[in-house]
Design a protein around this ligand. Structure first.
Ligand code: COA
Length: 147
């Protein structure tokens, strides 16, 4: 997909009624982190929801922001009854550990085109969204209480 096609796709996607999007603080004119989720874009029929993007700027990572953003998206997907959910990550990504530590199960693998190149991507899922919600809440509270 070209940059223009991607921009057009995301513009339409973000306006869909069940799609949610949260953005953290903006510091120095730059967004620190964001998450989007909604009805599944890619994956087997049984998955109904998908977290489609989750990013935290590198210098702000490992401070609990990713879990807070994911918690907000999971809550919204739960409220829309979009479950089970799926999340795709680059197979080579060192950040896969984030999903593994939250109990995600590896459920799929395929190729996705980024520009002219295709890269392997893998999917994680949580059969029980209520469990993921509770895990995230526990992690967020534990961090808050340790301050
Ligand atoms: C994945 C990502 C969103 C996590 O954001 P974050 O703000 O760092 O997340 P949190 O601080 O809430 O949690 C990080 C958790 O990941 C795990 N983790 C991350 N790096 C780790 C490492 N090197 N070793 C062990 N565990 C690690 C830990 O469980 C860690 O929790 P802890 O710090 O309490 O031990 C962020 O790293 C990111 O944006 N990465 C680049 C983009 C990306 O890959 N996005 C996902 C693809 S869709």
């Amino acid at each position: 997909m070209s940059y223009e096609d991607q921009a057009k796709f995301w513009e339409g996607y973000l306006q869909e009624p069940q799609v949610v999007s949260y953005v953290t603080d903006i510091q120095g004119g730059r967004v620190v982190g964001f998450v989007t989720g909604g009805p599944k874009l890619q994956g087997a029929e049984k998955y109904r929801g998908e977290i489609t993007a989750l990013y935290v700027r590198e210098t702000f990572q490992r401070k609990g922001i990713g879990k807070k953003l994911m918690f907000l998206a999971v809550k919204a997907l739960k409220d829309h009854n979009l479950r089970p959910i799926i999340i795709w990550a680059l197979k080579e990504s060192p950040y896969r550990v984030f999903y593994e530590k939250l109990g995600g199960t590896l459920v799929d693998e395929t190729l996705r085109a980024f520009g002219d190149q295709k890269y392997p991507i893998v999917a994680y899922s949580w059969q029980n969204l209520d469990d993921l919600y509770k895990i995230l809440l526990k992690e967020i509270l534990a961090r808050a209480n340790s301050r």
